[in-house]
Design a protein around this ligand. Structure first.
Ligand SMILES: Nc1ncnc2c1ncn2[C@@H]1O[C@H](COP(=O)(O)OP(=O)(O)OP(=O)(O)O)[C@@H](O)[C@H]1O
Ligand SMILES: N[C@@H](CO)C(=O)O
Length: 430
């Protein structure tokens, strides 16, 4: 949820944000109008309530015929108060609904426009030149099959398209990657956490998902529960309706979960292998912090993602996502895209978002504030941030980048301790 007081005081900032997102800037005026209507309906209700109270006193003091006459007025007033209360509640609901549809206000200076208007912030590492090495690289699925690591056919037999089995060294490689990421997170003060993957609608909505219209989300109708596409959802809901003590620094969680995505808008896209699947695993960083710390911690999240990518020997670039591709909750988002040799292009492996106070407002996560003398000044919203530390999709870049002409794959050194010291994945005999 945006800060409605700030919107009322600085409407132009919100209009500019909407323009940068290529979204409807008139939404600003609709929120302002809905808020004015809410205030006026509330004022009408309160004034009638006051009148009703005063009238009640008058009736109590009256007697006989005068009282009988006044009682007629009591009935009439009660009915007016009821109508005004219903109108005030409705106006409040309408204001809340329209305000909830307003996306986060962007951080000044990020690229404007849509999906293709990102800015490349840097490119790190050099893509491996297979033609110079004299062999044609195999794609991750071919490698996965000859290594006995990925089985798409049986995935489709059991669950349908975009499902797969990770097995043998494939299963081990993913676990190794997650454990390596978890160790990095632990070194940097994150608390490991395994989250629920089914959440209530209010948790989804609070995180910024439009459960009524988002086709990406799997829903369990009978139970009114949603399967998460990222543990960010459960981690954002974790401290809902709480007042946090951030005096000792930010709260940092490293959440591990399976993620589910319908990929409804991706028909025909990435149909081969495990780039775009309905179910994958992810290690997620999630931070609750003071508002002033959010931008610096966002850079830090990006740095941890880059540390993972670099230590695995992957070539990648970092992009600053354009406003129109941020999603509802983010004010700024950096993606890291790793080079995928057989696609001759960079593909997204990580995404880190600064959601400023947007999710915290919706989920009512606050902290206490005090003045310089330590006198309490009430509470205010915290900021939230998230970032990907490892996912199943990383196997695509790792397998393709580190493959050898004979179909084996050299395991990056940093992963070896997590794979019992193994140095190479060897093709299996079938
Ligand atoms: N359908 C999917 N299959 C496998 N991995 C995925 C999928 N969707 C997302 N991921 C992984 O989760 C990370 C974070 O998800 P995010 O929501 O940023 O993806 P996205 O923007 O939908 O990415 P893309 O459009 O490239 O699928 C991605 O960087 C990727 O590693
Ligand atoms: N939760 C974020 C970062 O992983 C996402 O899914 O994009």
């Amino acid at each position: 949820m945006i800060d409605l007081k700030d919107l009322a005081e600085n409407p132009e900032k919100y209009r500019a944000s909407q323009r940068a997102r290529e979204a409807d800037e008139q939404l600003v005026d609709r929120v302002l109008t809905a808020d004015a209507e809410r205030r006026s309906a509330l004022a009408e209700f309160e004034s009638l309530r006051a009148e009703q109270k005063a009238f009640g006193k008058k009736v109590a003091q009256a007697s006989g015929e005068e009282k009988q006459a006044l009682l007629e007025g009591v009935k009439q007033l009660a009915s007016q108060v009821k109508t005004a209360e219903a109108a005030a509640n409705k106006a409040q609901e309408q204001r809340d609904e329209i305000a909830a549809s307003f996306p986060n206000v962007i951080i000044d200076g990020i690229p404007t426009g849509g999906e293709d208007d990102f800015a490349v912030l840097k490119t790190v590492g050099t893509p491996r030149d297979f033609s110079a090495e004299g062999f044609e690289p195999r794609d991750h699925l071919e490698l996965g099959e000859i290594l006995g690591a990925i089985d798409m056919e049986r995935g489709a037999k059991v669950s349908g398209s975009r499902f797969y089995f990770l097995k043998g060294v494939g299963a081990r490689l993913e676990m190794a990657l997650i454990n390596m990421g978890m160790d990095l997170a632990l070194r940097n003060g994150f608390e490991p956490i395994i989250t629920p993957t089914l959440v209530r609608p209010q948790t989804m909505r609070g995180t910024g998902f439009d459960v009524e219209h988002d086709d990406e989300i799997y829903r369990l109708e009978k139970d009114d529960l949603y399967l998460v596409g990222t543990s960010e959802v459960a981690l954002a809901g974790y401290h809902a309706d709480e007042i946090l003590d951030l005096s000792g620094g930010p709260l940092k969680y490293a959440g591990y979960s399976t993620c589910y995505r319908r990929e409804a808008g991706s028909a025909g896209k990435d149909t081969r292998g495990i780039i775009r699947v309905h179910q994958f695993n992810k290690l997620e960083m999630f931070i609750y912090c003071q508002q002033e710390q959010a931008e610096e911690l966002h850079e830090q999240l990006l740095a941890w993602e880059e540390e993972m990518l670099q230590s695995l020997g992957l070539a990648y670039r970092v992009i600053d996502t354009a406003a129109g591709d941020l999603g509802t909750s983010a004010a700024r988002k950096f993606d890291c895209e790793a080079w995928v040799p057989t696609q001759g292009t960079y593909r997204e492996l990580t995404s880190t978002s600064n959601c400023t106070t947007f999710q915290a407002r919706r989920l009512n996560v606050r902290e206490r504030v005090s003045d310089a003398e330590g006198k309490s000044k009430g509470t205010r919203s915290v900021a939230t941030l998230n970032g990907t530390l490892a996912t199943t999709r990383w196997l695509v870049a790792i397998l393709e980048t580190h493959q050898n002409a004979d179909g084996s794959v050299t395991i990056p050194e940093v992963l070896r301790p997590y794979m019992g010291g193994m140095e190479k994945l060897e093709p299996i005999q079938r």
